[in-house]
Design a protein around this ligand. Sequence first.
Ligand code: ZN
Length: 319
Amino acid sequence: MESFFKAFFTEYLLDLVLPLTKGPNMHRLPALLAACALSFSLSPAAHAAPAAPVGNLSSNLGSSSNEGVKNAYRSLPREIRDNPQIKQIARDLGIVSPPAPPVAPAPQGPVPAPPQPRPRAGCPNCVALTYDDGPVADTNRLLDILGANRVHASFFLLAPKVNAQPGLVRRMRDSGHTVGNHSVSHPELNKLHPNQVAAEIAGGTNAINAAIGTRPRWFRPPYGATNGSVNAQIGNAGQAVAMWNVDTEDWRTRDTNQTCRTAVDGARPGSIVLMHDIHPATVNAAQCIIDGLRAKGLEPVSLDEMIPNPQAGRVYNQR
Ligand SMILES: [Zn+2]
């Protein structure tokens, strides 16, 4: 029986009556609603359900007021109220609100947003530690030491090594370090044709972007070999030129104590310290450098922390 009434309602009643309620005939809605409710009230299922108070509906039949229509609508069984055509009419009459816009689903998956290092306000005692020419497997050991000391640093990466170890670059990013561009093949850019310079910059940018989905904001010219033309090209790529004012010469000495001493002794507020994480002696010096800087009242940070808004194409030797 129930299915008969539902079929009757959907197949005939709506087809016959709905056109009569459109446009200027909307005032006929109460009659339609009453007919629907009556048809359902005859259904055995409707008697079991707490719906279809035909008496209330009938008392609203003659009312063309909005309140009467609302009451008639509300007294309908949910199955009828949920009928798309009925619902649309109710919306047209302002009885029910239009459907809420779909809510964007929350991002799924195990990848949380990376913790963004906060710019230090003023950063009066900050010193930026920078490491070039990686990443290499031993960079993981340096990341362990930095993490244990809650220190962020900056890494200037070569494209082939980024492509070889993208997971390591993601670890840098996820840990809050600054990931910078150090070209593809480590040339002296000031001796290259502008097209080659552009290719070196773009190659490094693309490798980093492929690994972490973000284009670098910093470029360090290999050997510090740059000029106005190269700096302009770096600027066109949207990157700032990261030079330094403390050179540990760690690549030459390969001496842990010497590297630590040079870094700590040379550091002043706002300094940028040049090192290379491809040398184990430099990785070994990290704890000594962090402790030495803090003993001087200085705090090691990343470039993004010390210079939160670098200007593309501008040369930074220090803050
Ligand atoms: Zn280098």
